[in-house]
Structure formats: structure tokens, C-alpha cells
Design a protein around this ligand. Structure first.
Ligand code: ADP
Ligand code: MG
Length: 225
């Protein structure tokens, strides 16, 4: 668990372009995120929100700049492995769960990857499922669930190994308004109760307004609003 106010993400002068430099998406972006904060990344579609999350999560490499995530460097392979296993949870707009598996099986995947004992995993799955109110669905397959139930399952999976940081890429983007509100409220509660840092991309003002801080992504730059 992180200390209150501990810096979890620190990025300096991060630049990323695509197409051999023809499209510069991020142009010398710097930011800090502390434990317990829900920081909104707010910007129009195509402004570079996903790109920034991918870089911080080690899913893509920057052209320039430095990043420190949970004290690790996501551009280094050994650090990425540690990040993915223990420090970082990722939530996508389209949940990215395995449709043929049950809720329980999906949530267990990260624990399998680090060899958590079975009994401990089972207990943790139940605790998480209770928190997001999906316990009654544990043995149902993902393909039979609603969008909100899928996203609640994705939250459990992201939290399975007790991460210090959640990167959430428009986690409410595919949900109706009411379900979106529930999922957003859950994420906020996780940050507060477990002192997790959350960096959350959204283009919806109503969610941005509820974040601890909002960084606006525009023209390759970040500005605090
Ligand atoms: N792999 C890629 N190759 C080329 N262009 C890309 C790639 N990924 C993203 N882009 C471009 O980078 C810009 C930012 O994309 P993205 O980070 O997905 O924005 P957002 O998440 O804010 O909607 C867009 O113009 C997009 O077309
Ligand atoms: Mg995006």
C-alpha cells in the first residue's frame, strides 16, 4: 500500500509521435499523480489520452522524456513485468475480458500469473465481487452479462493483485448514463478507501468535474484546469 500523498506517477517532457514523426500526439508532456488522487485526463477524441495511458502502462514506448511509475520505468522490460504483476491495473473502455470464461475465472487471471495460493485467490475474488456487487454473477460467463456487469468485473480483475495505480481509459465510455455513474463512483471509492492513484481518461464533463484534479489534453499539451 502507498503512503498518503506519495508520488505514484511522474512523467517529464514525454513526447510521442506516429507515422515516422508526421503526427505528433504528445509534445513534451509532464505530470504527477499521487496516491489516493483521481486525476482526470480530459480531452476530445483523438487528443492523445489513450496514447499517454499506453506509455505510462508500458504498452507503447515514448520518443523522448522520462517516466517513473510506482518507482519503476515502464520503458524497461524488467520493470514492466513487475508493474503488470503487482503495481498496475488497467481498465479499458471495452473491458477486454475473456468472453467464454466466467466472472470468477476472469478475475482470477492476474492472481494465476503471480502464483497466489488458490484459497487466498478465492477469498479475494469474493471480497472484490462484494465490493462491486457482482457476487451473484461469479459463475456466469462474460458474454451473458450486461455492459455494467462486465465493467464491474474488469474493475475486480484490475484490482486483483492489489495495485497502487489504476489506469482507466474511458471506463464508462460504453455504458449508459446511470451505469456509468455507478462505475465511476466505484472507482472513486477504491481510490479513497485503498489509497490507490487513478488516472482516468474521459471526454465527459460530468466525470471530469468529480475528479480530484483534471488535466486537459489539447494540441499535444497538458494543462491543469
Ligand atoms: N498506432 C498509431 N498509429 C498512428 N496514429 C495513431 C496510433 N495510435 C493513435 N494514433 C493517433 O494519435 C492521435 C491520438 O490518439 P489517442 O491517443 O487514441 O486519442 P484519444 O484516446 O484521446 O481519443 C489520433 O490522431 C490517432 O489517430
Ligand atoms: Mg482513447
Amino acid at each position: 500500500m502507498s503512503d498518503r500523498g506519495e508520488i505514484i506517477v511522474r512523467a517529464k517532457q514525454v513526447t510521442k509521435s506516429y507515422d515516422d514523426g508526421r503526427i505528433t500526439v504528445l509534445h513534451g508532456v509532464s505530470l504527477e499523480v499521487r496516491a489516493g488522487e483521481v486525476v482526470g485526463l480530459w480531452g476530445a477524441s483523438g487528443s492523445g489520452k489513450s496514447t499517454l495511458l499506453h506509455l505510462l502502462g508500458g504498452l507503447d514506448l515514448p520518443d523522448a522524456g522520462t517516466m517513473e511509475v510506482c518507482g519503476l520505468d515502464p520503458t524497461r522490460e524488467v520493470d514492466r513485468i513487475e508493474l503488470r504483476r503487482h503495481q498496475l491495473g488497467y481498465i479499458f473502455q471495452m473491458h477486454n475480458l475473456i468472453p467464454d470464461l466466467t466472472v470468477e475465472e476472469n478475475v482470477r487471471v492476474p492472481a494465476l500469473a503471480i502464483g497466489t495460493p488458490r484459497a487466498e485467490t478465492a477469498k479475494r475474488v469474493r471480497e472484490l465481487a462484494d465490493k462491486v456487487d457482482i457476487r451473484h454473477r461469479l459463475h456466469h460467463r462474460i458474454q451473458d452479462l450486461s455492459g455494467g456487469e462486465r465493467q464491474r468485473t474488469a474493475i475486480c480483475r484490475a484490482l486483483m493483485n492489489g495495485p497502487r495505480l489504476l489506469l482507466a481509459d474511458e471506463p464508462t465510455g460504453s455504458l449508459d448514463e446511470k451505469t456509468g455513474n455507478t462505475v465511476f463512483a466505484l472507482l472513486k471509492e477504491m481510490a479513497e478507501q485503498n489509497n490507490i492513484a487513478i488516472l482516468l481518461a474521459t471526454h465527459e464533463r460530468r466525470f471530469a468535474e468529480q475528479c480530484s484534479r483534471v488535466l486537459r489534453v489539447r494540441d499535444g499539451q497538458l494543462s491543469e484546469i
